[in-house]
Design a protein around this ligand. Structure first.
Ligand code: ZN
Length: 373
């Protein structure tokens, strides 16, 4: 015989409400189990991913061994006076992270990367200024800035003069494209050089491709440097401007054709390549002398000539240092991590580009003020 409490319990267990609760309990238990197992899986996965990443980092670090000159592959043996800290056979990821580690290319990379960023900022500020001036010109021509002030008022006459000056300046603005051609050429050269020094350690195929891009960058920078001075100095005699610009562009293409020839890719032709680039740059003396003779009385000329001589001095001195490989020639192995000829050459190239940038802005401002009489 069942007592009353046992009967009530059996009744409650058989009721739909009990079954539902029991099901819910089981469901929540199983959900919790699934959640726990998922969490455990996620934790395991996370641990797996983290350990995989750590392992990869360790692998990168372990495999990132800097080599001595004699242990290097032949294609990286460019300067026998630099004895150690060579990178070779790195993956792209390793090469990219090597940007933040010391080796014999660290300063070569950073000198031109900083230069590229500087020229990028200068170009962007010039583009913004150009946009603002165009807006002023548009507003002025629409009459939005015209000053509606009494003719008898002194302040009104001053403001009318200012308005007239703004209108003269905005209508006389000379084209900026030669200036932007130079800025783009400089940025291309500095970026190509940065990428070349960063990734040549990957493989021979990548190194020979990037070296060609680097040479192309140098030729482009030399040719585009001619555009602002030649264009603005001879703007009122466009036949001369186009003659000189066509001549230097053709010579640049020919120089590049010679330099990129497969027969000249060997390291022993480094001096010949440097001399060809120097000759291309020195060909600028012809339009320079012509321009100086035509504008003898102009006050801008002594300043710009001084700046252009500063640029030429930087390039010539930098190229000579690059060719003779000093100071590392005097103390082999002592300048492996910094201060060697290629570092100095890069700083000189950047210095020359900054001198030329200043000269280009002065030529532009001068032509804008002077116009074509
Ligand atoms: Zn370089």
């Amino acid at each position: 015989m069942m007592d009353k409490r046992a009967a009530e319990f059996l009744y409650a267990c058989s009721s739909p409400a009990f079954e539902r609760k029991s099901l819910e309990r089981r469901h929540s238990r199983s959900t919790m189990c699934i959640r726990q197992s998922k969490y455990a899986g996620a934790v395991q996965n996370d641990q797996y991913d983290t350990s995989k990443m750590k392992h990869k980092d360790e692998e990168d670090r372990r495999s990132y061994v800097l080599l001595d000159y004699h242990a290097c592959p032949e294609y990286l043996k460019d300067n026998e006076y630099i004895h150690s800290h060579y990178r070779a056979g790195l993956t792209f990821r390793q090469a990219l992270t090597s940007l933040f580690r010391w080796h014999n290319e660290t300063l070569n990379i950073w000198t031109h990367l900083v230069g590229f960023m500087l020229f990028l900022i200068l170009t962007m500020s010039a583009v913004l200024e150009e946009g603002n001036m165009e807006m002023i010109a548009r507003n002025t021509s629409d009459g939005e800035l015209s000053l509606n002030i009494s003719k008898h008022c002194l302040m009104g006459s001053i403001l009318r003069d200012a308005d007239k000056t703004v209108q003269q300046v905005t209508t006389r603005r000379v084209t900026r494209w030669p200036f932007f051609v130079f800025m783009c050429g400089s940025m291309f050269c500095l970026l190509a050089s940065t990428l070349c020094h960063l990734f040549t350690c990957h493989s021979h195929a990548i190194a020979s491709l990037l070296l060609r891009v680097d040479y192309a960058g140098i030729a482009v920078m030399i040719v585009t440097s001619f555009f602002p001075p030649v264009f603005y100095v001879f703007q009122c005699e466009p036949a001369w401007a186009w003659l000189y610009l066509t001549a230097i562009s053709t010579m640049g293409a020919a120089t590049l054709g010679v330099i990129l020839a497969p027969a000249l890719q060997n390291g022993i032709y480094r001096s010949l390549r440097a001399l060809l680039f120097m000759a291309l740059g020195l060909s600028g003396f012809i339009p320079a002398i012509h321009g100086i003779l035509r504008n003898r009385g102009e006050t801008v000329m002594p300043v710009t000539v001084g700046l252009e001589l500063g640029m030429a001095g930087c390039y010539i001195l930098g190229t000579c240092i690059y060719m003779v490989r000093v100071p590392e020639r005097w103390k082999p192995g002592c300048f492996d991590l910094g201060g060697h000829s290629h570092n100095i050459f890069h700083v000189m190239v950047l210095g020359g580009a900054i001198f030329h940038y200043r000269a280009a802005t002065l030529f532009l401002e001068w032509r804008e003020t002077k116009g074509c009489m």
